[in-house]
Design a protein around this ligand. Structure first.
Ligand code: FAD
Length: 473
């Protein structure tokens, strides 16, 4: 979608916004800085004004003014997005949801919770726990990212295998549409076959179709027993076979199943203080798995049997149980620190891709050959949510090479990885979205039919292209 060149908003339009929100709703001066750059310092931003409305009514008032005056809006949640979708680039109004922080209702009998979009993910998780329920979405940024943000990016994380991603966890939505209308869609229904499922357009919409202001989330019974293990495995093939074995043998009690190559562990040990090797010997790959059960019926013994069988079948080389919360946290710290550890090695080429789970070993093999052909000696850091077929496939320079050694190869590497992904009918963005970062790749790789459908929807709902222009489409 072409970006309409916009002039800076007129002073009287900005004054109208100021009047609608009052001084508390406008972020000015030094307080603006954290909203205008993302945590790694990529995509430094600029905005004509930063606003923080306190209610859906105020959001609607701002969007209406912006639509009437042809002013673009970039919605922002916790600013943890990894593809630059939340950062404005000039004449937009940045609309932060940070003041919309109410848990509107928790209904244990319905297993639902209704929240404002600005509630952080960890606040939502805690609210569910306060009623002895589970809100299962869990990602490394959960202390900062907001419900509106995880909805708009259709976030995934470590529990998708068992509970699904945000698309599966939202029952209803409230949103302000690009023309300023409020869509009251906060239904708590698990069945509703009355035509198109409109909420799914905004879920994963990256703020291009409206501003999410509230949501009804699905809750689940809290697990009674949880067991965390880390296993050393010989290959990605064995990891995939272990997943199938563990799911079958536990009757579906596998909640997370994360794969890390040895290089991931090495980088974490090198760059992250107070971390240690999970197992006494080294292994080509590691699987970090959480099993959970709704009943106290000996999950630990079941998992012990599963691992003993896996050892007999040659699926694993070794394994360790986390015996307490501290050990569980230590194992998860390795997994959650990989991105930070990669940063310590310099700028790499990062990809967030997915293929069918059974294709993961072939994808790793084929993509590895391409990387070696393009940049001999470059290192592949492969990790991710293998149960969902989602691999974070990052390339860093050869050991001891200049930190910028890959700078002029990044496009070539990306194209090669995406070509391999296309050959498996995979996805170039498994969970982080498109934003600014993958906009060109989307335009090149999505089919013409799909792009036309997406553009038709965008044009119908936002004919002036005021919602997050320059992102996704
Ligand atoms: C350490 C770390 C770990 C991460 N791990 C994962 C992971 O495991 N899985 C995963 O999926 N992601 C992960 N992420 C990415 C990121 O946290 C998610 O994309 C998250 O969903 C973004 O939420 P946010 O509130 O920060 O949104 P922002 O970053 O503020 O915005 C993201 C996008 O959503 C739009 N948006 C935000 N709020 C609204 C709203 N209310 N209405 C309309 N549009 C809106 C923005 O315009 C932007 O396009 C991780 C990020 C970090 C930093």
């Amino acid at each position: 979608m072409s970006t309409i060149e916009r002039r800076p908003p007129a002073k009287d339009a900005l004054d109208a916004i100021r009047t609608a929100l009052g001084p508390k709703g406008i972020i000015e001066g030094d307080a603006q800085a954290p909203f205008l750059s993302e945590w790694r310092g990529r995509w430094p931003g600029e905005a004509a004004m930063i606003v923080a409305p306190a209610s859906t009514k105020e959001v609607a008032a701002i969007v209406k003014i912006c639509n009437d005056r042809n002013i673009a809006i970039t919605p922002q949640g916790g600013n943890t997005g990894l593809v630059g979708g939340q950062i404005p680039s000039g004449n937009e109004i940045l609309l932060s949801l940070k003041r919309m922080r109410s848990i509107r209702a928790i209904e244990p009998l319905n297993n639902t919770m209704t929240v404002d979009a600005g509630v952080t993910l960890s606040e939502a998780q805690d609210a569910a726990i306060s009623e002895d329920r589970l809100f299962p979405l869990s990602i490394g940024s959960e202390g900062s990212c907001q419900i509106g943000g995880v909805i708009s990016t259709n976030a995934g994380g470590v529990n998708v295998l068992r509970y699904g991603n945000m698309r599966d966890l939202v029952l209803g939505l409230e949103a302000v549409l690009p023309n300023g209308d409020v869509w009251h869609g906060l239904k708590r229904l698990r069945k509703d076959n009355t035509g198109y499922d409109l909420k799914q357009l905004l879920i994963g919409g990256e703020g291009t179709l409206g501003v999410v202001t509230g949501a009804v989330l699905k809750l689940f019974p809290r697990p009674k027993e949880t067991v965390t293990i880390c296993a050393g495995v010989e290959s990605a093939e064995k990891a995939v076979a272990l997943l199938s074995h563990a799911q079958g043998a536990t009757g579906g009690d596998v909640a997370s199943f994360e794969l890390m190559s040895r290089l991931c562990v090495d980088l974490v040990l090198k760059h992250i203080p107070d971390t240690r090797d999970p197992l006494s010997a080294t292994h080509p790959f590691y699987v970090l798995t959480e099993f959970s059960s709704g009943q106290n019926t000996g999950l630990r013994e079941t998992v012990e049997r599963v691992l003993a069988d896996a050892l007999d079948q040659g699926l694993i080389n070794d394994a360790v149980f986390a015996d307490n919360d501290r050990q569980t946290a230590m194992l998860w710290r390795i997994r959650h620190s990989i991105s930070e550890a990669i940063n310590g090695e310099g700028l790499g080429a990062r990809h967030d891709v997915s293929v069918a789970t059974s294709d993961i070993p072939d994808f790793l093999h084929k993509a590895g050959l391409e990387i070696e052909r393009i940049v001999p000696g470059a290192r592949v850091v492969a990790f991710g949510h293998v149960g969902d077929g989602n691999i974070h496939y990052d390339i860093i320079a050869a050991e001891g090479a200049d930190k910028h050694a890959l700078d002029d190869k990044r496009n070539q590497i990306e194209n090669a990885v995406y070509d391999v992904i296309d050959s498996f009918e995979g996805s170039i963005s498994a969970e982080h979205g498109i934003g600014r970062h993958r906009r060109h790749a989307l335009a090149e790789r999505k089919s013409v039919v799909e792009l036309n459908m997406m553009r038709t929807i965008k044009n119908a709902l936002d004919p002036k292209n005021i919602m997050n222009p320059g992102k996704m489409l």
